[in-house]
Write a protein that binds this ligand. Structure first.
Ligand SMILES: Cc1ncc(COP(=O)(O)O)c(C=O)c1O
Length: 381
């Protein structure tokens, strides 16, 4: 059997044709495919506006800037995420404050966030960045209520979760990044995620003001609207210090065909998840699924006592399991700036036990059976 990775992209002829066609067109960088991808993506998640960017890290950076994060401000996030969710706060010169995770869902624990906020004077924090970790949607309605009480903004890091949803108190489904409760949603199109663009990302929002700010910052802070002067058709003005965080047209063409497959891909991911759960129920702990929630399943994570042994054993069998994640606050960079003893007991316990098993739409039933047999034999034999 070939090696089985923990995740992989699903590129078919349709994707390849779309990219080739765009390469043969007049536009390579920002052209009509970018706009089309933005419109299709905003419709898919149910948000009013979408802004394509060159990766989610750039998207997180633009988001904190659009929400006016400055040096010395403070933002709360989860330690169990990819470093970029926290790093964007540092890019603005602000302080990262980590709250603990829920030991069953592995998501940022709202009670831990609440405790942290209430232990500080009013106005101490500026925002919260919850992460739809592994594809499991955060209940953003609850976070919005808490954020409103303390005048905080919310950036939803939905990089793992296009197509996931939670059900709110009005029994309405809220797709991750729909902008109803969070101010901005951030998605990644790195190949190991649901939608592969090589590199790429998308920001979603329901706020026209934020949309315009994000668009401006994506392209150097340059505009042709409401200019102070106008010397002719060539003239433009740079009114903010922005960046070049644009996605190309050929990446957007790929994004569009990838997006068209996402619903089916998430369904397949959920089928794979069900088969894992059936095999492990009562034997091995896995991520909890709150009622009314649809996990987009970027990852399938289990917890075991002998994690290192299981990791080494699976790799010896060609099963390339992975660990998500080394807690961000334990990274040397964060340790050196004072997070060594953050007291995040659930996050640290989770890290000592977690391991991600193969999860991607093209994983075959036969391959999954092989993974399950090896996990069980490592633990029970
Ligand atoms: C939760 C999370 N946020 C942000 C990112 C950054 O995404 P990108 O690689 O597109 O910059 C990742 C990528 O792994 C991620 O997993």
């Amino acid at each position: 059997m070939n090696k089985i990775p923990y995740g992989r992209q699903n590129i078919d002829q349709n994707d390849i044709d779309a990219v080739v066609l765009t390469l043969q067109s007049d536009y390579l960088t920002q052209g009509p495919k970018v706009k089309k991808f933005e419109v299709k993506f905003s419709e898919y998640v149910g948000a009013k506006y979408a802004v394509a960017v060159n990766n989610a890290t750039s998207g997180l950076h633009l988001s904190v800037l659009a929400l006016n994060l400055y040096k010395g401000d403070r933002v709360i996030t989860t330690p169990i995420t990819f470093a970029a969710s926290a790093n964007c706060i540092r890019y603005a010169g602000a302080e990262v404050w980590f709250a603990d995770i829920d030991p069953d869902t592995y998501l940022l624990d709202i009670n831990s966030v609440k405790e942290l906020i209430e232990s500080k004077p009013k106005g101490f924090f500026k925002g919260i960045i919850p992460v739809d970790f592994a594809g499991l949607p955060v209940n953003m309605e609850e976070f919005r209520a808490l954020a409103d009480m303390h005048n905080l903004w919310i950036i939803e890091d939905a990089c793992h979760a296009p197509g996931g949803y939670f059900t709110d108190s009005k029994s309405e489904k809220n797709f991750c990044g729909n902008g109803r409760y969070a101010d901005i949603g951030v998605f990644s199109f790195h190949p190991v995620k649901h939608i592969a663009c090589g590199e790429g990302g998308m920001l979603t929002t329901n706020s026209k003001e934020l949309y315009e700010k994000l668009m401006l910052l994506r392209t150097h802070g340059i505009t042709k609207d409401n200019m102070q002067e106008n010397h002719g058709n060539w003239y433009y003005e740079m009114i903010e210090l922005g960046f070049n965080y644009r996605l190309t047209d050929f990446q957007s063409a790929l994004g569009i065909t990838q997006l068209e497959k996402n619903k089916k891909g998430v369904e397949r991911r959920n089928k794979i998840s069900l088969a894992y759960k059936k095999a492990f129920k009562g034997k091995i702990k896995f991520q909890d699924l709150p009622k009314g929630t649809y996990n987009a399943h970027h990852l399938f994570i289990i917890e075991v006592e002998n994690r290192k042994e299981l990791y080494d054993f699976l790799h010896s069998k060609g099963i390339l399991a992975q660990i998500h994640y080394v807690p961000v606050h334990t990274m040397p960079y964060y340790k050196n700036i004072g997070y060594a003893d953050a007291g995040l007991v659930h996050a640290e316990k989770y890290y000592s036990r977690c391991i991600s098993l193969p999860m991607y739409p093209t994983l075959t039933d036969e391959e999954q059976k092989y993974v399950i047999e090896n996990v069980l034999s490592s633990i029970y034999e």
